[in-house]
Design a protein around this ligand. Structure first.
Ligand code: KG4
Ligand code: ZN
Length: 333
């Protein structure tokens, strides 16, 4: 079912980044372009869905064009186009899916709908194969906070998820409370090291299995700020990051204890956090297991991760309809 070429064009428009990349079967990235909409959403402190889909419409073809002209790759060099079909915002997903369908039809190249979460998972093997199986994966993004067990690249068992907000959402909401703009993660990361925690925020569901909860932490920060008008933003950011790290790391430790594995994989936008990278490095060194982190630029949404995931679909003969599925789960293809 694949085309004649040896590259996949990965297309990602599930949220607020219009991203396209060319990837070979081993995960080498031939070209990649990410058109970020951060500036568009910063006044709202989060993604404004209608503006996001309109921006994708403006950016998608120029982004595809940029990747092809940067690399000199022609449509006949493609084995397939892989495009995110979910989870994500319905309008944003539809722009990527419809564009990919049109290009595939015109170029006579197959188009495969890809699960964004499987894309994040595969980001850990971009440019270099890192993941050793079995593994535990912690996926921490703006839309999700999940723990899963991986037997192989494609065999995923979900073992924990958030009962309310994701950790990335908590970063974004706390950043908005502190007046730091959107996306909140990088802004909080920059501020936190210059502060000292003056308060101990709650660590929701800390010793209660492998599920997460972040909405109580976000509300605790909100109440603290209302009650402490002279609180220093850097101190609040430091106390917030400390609470997030304790929760994320202790859940990873509990998952590894329950399911002994060779490596811990951390992917998704929050995996760009230096605090999380440092804490995970310490955890894995202590447990004597490998730590697999994608380079920072492949942690946040990009087309390369979708491209590498597409190769798994091709190899395993998995085809999907190009229907958008906003609530697609991690175990689905
Ligand atoms: O994976 P991603 O780009 O998009 C989704 O699939 O949601 O993740 C975006 C999330 C946002 O909540 C953003 O604040 C967070 O990742 N993020 C970070 C950092 N960079 C992005 N969080 C902590 N530290 C960062 N450096
Ligand atoms: Zn994502």
């Amino acid at each position: 079912m694949s085309g004649h070429g040896s590259l996949v064009l990965g297309v990602e428009t599930s949220c607020d980044d219009t991203a396209v990349a060319l990837v070979d079967p081993r995960g080498s990235v031939i070209a990649s372009c990410v058109a970020s909409q951060a500036a568009l959403h910063t006044t709202f402190g989060g993604v404004y869905p209608e503006l996001a889909s309109r921006a994708h419409i403006d950016k998608i073809l120029p982004t595809v064009q940029a990747v092809l002209s940067d690399s000199g790759v022609r449509p006949r060099d493609l084995a397939a186009i892989g495009v995110t079909r979910g989870p994500g915002l319905i309008g944003s997903l539809m722009v990527g899916l419809n564009t990919a369908a049109g290009l595939g039809h015109g170029w006579e190249v197959p188009v495969i709908g890809v699960n964004h979460l499987r894309g994040h998972l595969r980001s850990a093997d971009l440019e270099e194969s890192r993941v050793k199986f079995p593994a535990i994966v912690l996926l921490v993004s703006g839309g999700h906070t999940l723990l899963a067990r991986l037997e192989s690249t494609t065999d995923i068992r979900l073992i924990g998820s958030t009962v309310d907000d994701s950790v990335g959402e908590a970063y974004d909401k706390v950043a908005r409370m502190l007046g730091l703009g959107y996306p909140g993660g990088p802004a909080i990361d920059r501020l936190a090291p210059s502060g000292t925690p003056q308060v101990r925020f709650p660590r929701p569901m800390l010793r209660q299995g492998l599920d997460f909860s972040f909405s109580g932490l976000k509300s605790a920060v909100e109440r603290y700020l209302a009650a402490t008008p002279d609180a220093q933003p850097a101190d609040v950011a430091a106390a917030f990051v400390e609470a997030c790290m304790e929760v994320l790391i202790s859940k990873c430790r509990a998952a590894i204890k329950e399911y002994p594995v060779s490596s811990l994989v951390i992917v998704g936008g929050v995996a760009a956090s230096p605090q999380l990278r440092a804490a995970a490095t310490e955890l894995c060194a202590g447990l004597g297991i490998g730590l697999c982190l994608p380079p920072v630029k492949w942690s946040t949404d990009n087309g390369a991760m979708i491209g590498l995931a597409t190769w798994d679909y091709l190899t395993n003969g998995i085809t999907n309809t190009l229907e958008p599925v906003p609530g697609l789960g991690m175990e689905a293809f």
